[in-house]
Ligand binder design. Structure first.
Ligand SMILES: Cc1cc2nc3c(=O)[nH]c(=O)nc-3n(C[C@H](O)[C@H](O)[C@H](O)COP(=O)(O)OP(=O)(O)OC[C@H]3O[C@@H](n4cnc5c(N)ncnc54)[C@H](O)[C@@H]3O)c2cc1C
Length: 375
């Protein structure tokens, strides 16, 4: 086991909570800082795919997620009017890896918090400085305190401060599409899994969350824009007004502008994931387009692999090298495939619909198949 007495995990999102839980489970003394003053889960719904559930199972957290969400059995593509283009049975795709679970982000966060009850966590605290010395990293916090650590894990998202302070000044890339996310108190008729309705340069998707609730997400290929909260729901309805009945049923069930979150879709590739006593996990290392719904699942896998490798290694350096070599090819695969999927889905609809009818299931197998074996 690498000799690490103190580990700081920066960020309390999916990556940070899973990493702190994994390090604690493997016998490391971790503490976590989160800059938000309270536990806030940004976003609406989330699909924890089978590989994410496998990671959570190893952390003892899978049952909480299953109980708080619902099993998603199929991944279906339709044209904008609701004619099916292809369907994938997720149990057949993933085999015995685990179920895929649709869950509200707040419930996922609660489930992950159960893994860090014995980890010291400080809310409302940001990392603002980081200087590396011999075998230590000295960290300064926004509350004026400072401390040295044997290891600092940057789990602080796509705009990572840790990455900028210790590694590189890489900036996120705009994917050329905006997204709108919401949860509606409805289970639309015929919603039997993850459904994506594909229009010209736009997609409307739905994921069941259980308890009569559904996550709706919309991706539209557009230059980056600011969509003011006032009138946002009306504009979203207008954008998808020509879509078929199931999308209309979902949009009709929304009542207020503040139910809809809008953000730009971005991704980021960092050549280097660790330097000295600093390492990155989750979006800080490899934020991807959300088209495969794998970013959070990759973060959960990162957490487990990092803790396993630090436990197996005799030095921190060896543990971090092994972590990066195990994780990078898989994370890169997801990034590349997500971008390819985004290009297909937002490409010319006639060509795309024909391709999905003919080869949709095979394409899903090709994209997700490499994620079936353990990381
Ligand atoms: C539209 C959309 C849909 C998606 N759907 C899915 C899905 O269905 N399934 C899936 O697996 N993935 C999905 N993803 C991807 C997933 O959301 C991300 O990959 C995942 O949330 C990344 O988690 P993270 O912890 O690395 O980063 P974040 O969630 O960004 O968390 C970073 C945390 O660090 C904190 N922080 C930042 N800076 C500091 C600092 N200096 N000091 C202290 N704290 C700091 C932040 O406040 C934040 O809490 C989706 C993404 C998008 C955009």
């Amino acid at each position: 086991m690498a000799k690490i007495e103190t580990v700081l995990v920066v960020g309390g999102g999916v990556a940070g909570l899973a990493t702190a839980a994994a390090l604690h489970r493997h016998g490391f003394s971790a503490e976590l800082v989160e800059r938000q003053p309270s536990w806030q889960a940004l976003g609406a719904g989330f699909l924890v795919q089978a590989n994410g559930m496998r990671a959570l199972r190893s952390l003892g957290l899978a049952a909480n997620v299953e109980n708080a969400g619902t099993v998603v059995r199929r991944w279906q593509f339709f044209d904008d009017q609701g004619d099916m283009l292809s369907e994938t049975d997720l149990a057949a795709l993933w085999g015995d890896v685990g179920p895929c679970i649709g869950i509200e982000r707040v419930k996922l966060q609660s489930a992950l918090l159960a893994g860090v009850t014995e980890v010291r966590t400080r809310l409302g605290t940001s990392v603002i400085s980081l200087v590396q010395g011999s075998g230590r990293a000295s960290v300064g916090f926004s509350d004026g305190s400072a401390r040295d650590y044997d290891l600092v894990v940057g789990a602080d998202g796509i705009k990572s401060t840790v990455r900028a302070l210790a590694l590189t000044a890489t900036s996120p890339n705009y994917l050329g599409a905006m997204n709108w996310r919401s949860i509606a108190p409805i289970h639309p008729a015929g919603l039997a899994g993850l459904q994506m309705f594909l229009g010209q340069s736009c997609v409307f998707g739905m994921v069941p969350l259980g308890a009569g609730r559904t996550y709706g997400f919309a991706y539209v290929a557009l230059p980056r824009l600011h969509d003011a909260p006032e009138g946002r729901l009306g504009r979203l309805r207008n954008r998808f007004a020509t879509f078929g009945a199931r999308v209309q049923e979902y949009l009709d069930a929304l009542e207020r502008d503040d139910q809809v979150i809008c953000s730009a879709m971005e991704w980021m590739e960092s050549e280097t994931w660790h330097s000295g006593r600093v390492v990155l996990v989750g979006d800080a290392a490899h934020a991807s387009s959300p088209m495969m719904g794998q970013g959070g699942c990759m973060a959960m896998e990162d957490a487990c692999v990092l803790a396993e490798e630090l436990r197996a290694a005799t030095t921190v350096e060896d543990g971090l090298d092994s972590y990066v070599s195990r994780r990078k090819p898989r994370a890169n695969w997801v990034q590349q495939q997500s971008i390819a999927l985004a290009d297909i889905v937002t490409g010319p609809s006639v060509v795309r619909n024909a391709a999905l009818r003919e080869r949709g299931r095979q394409a899903m197998q090709t994209r997700f198949g490499p994620l079936v074996p353990p990381p």
